[in-house]
Design a protein around this ligand. Sequence first.
Ligand code: PHE
Ligand code: FE
Length: 280
Amino acid sequence: MGQAPVVYGQSERPPRGDYTRAASDYTCAQNYAAYTETDHDTYRRLYARQSALLPGRASSEFIAALPALGPHERIPRFEDINARLMPATGWQVVGVPGLIPELDFFRLLAARKFPVTDWIRTPAEFDYIVEPDIFHDLFGHVPLLFNPVLADYVQRYGQGGLKADRLGAGEMLARLYWYTIEFGLIREPDGLRAYGAGILSSSGELVYSVESPKPQRLPLTVERAMRTRYKIDTYQPTYFVIDSLQQLFDLTEADFEPLYARLRGLPEYTADGQILAPGL
Ligand code: PHE
Ligand code: FE
């Protein structure tokens, strides 16, 4: 589900996209002529189902920003989205054939370029797809790139990723991405809401994450999120909750280098919150 590049390494299947089309930074032109009527219809139906589920479940910032994606009867053109997105926050979406290596992903984010997979799932994958497709990437991620606070957070995440790579801390930082940008929850005056793209693009998990009594919901701390492993093939057993997007920004402001050093000596948690003995 996640664009989190660690998924690239965890996937047992080769990625689906055609990587021969990609430039050396992994970006490619959106192959708009290749979309079939079925593809456009899949996008339209996914968008309709998902937008009907948003009230009472998606964060108010997300709901406010969603119309900026533009018409949803057909797959949008990246250039049309960029005509609105660039003036709003200086971000742009760029096409990619699918998941890309971690370092290239960080480089694009640091340059305020959000990689969007250009192909869409088949009708048989309507309810669930393992890899991110254009619907996950556009509907899940792009609306909040119109929000100035989240827009800055994602860029700083990319810059932090380049640093984490030098420090050998990529996995810890990938967990923070997973538990915020992909699966984050936010406490609003009217209740719990989702702001993470992996939740917002999934009909099942959008309902589950905010309404089910089963998962554990913890207040976000960077330390706990970085120590918590995650599952890519089930609903999350643990979610981390923030009070505002500004809080997310503030919690991640400090230099992570000393934190990485300290966390290396501490035990990790399983995705469902069991503490693991050191070294397991
Ligand atoms: N503060 C982090 C660092 O020093 C960078 C970062 C910012 C990482 C925001 C994630 C999100 O590495
Ligand atoms: Fe994603």
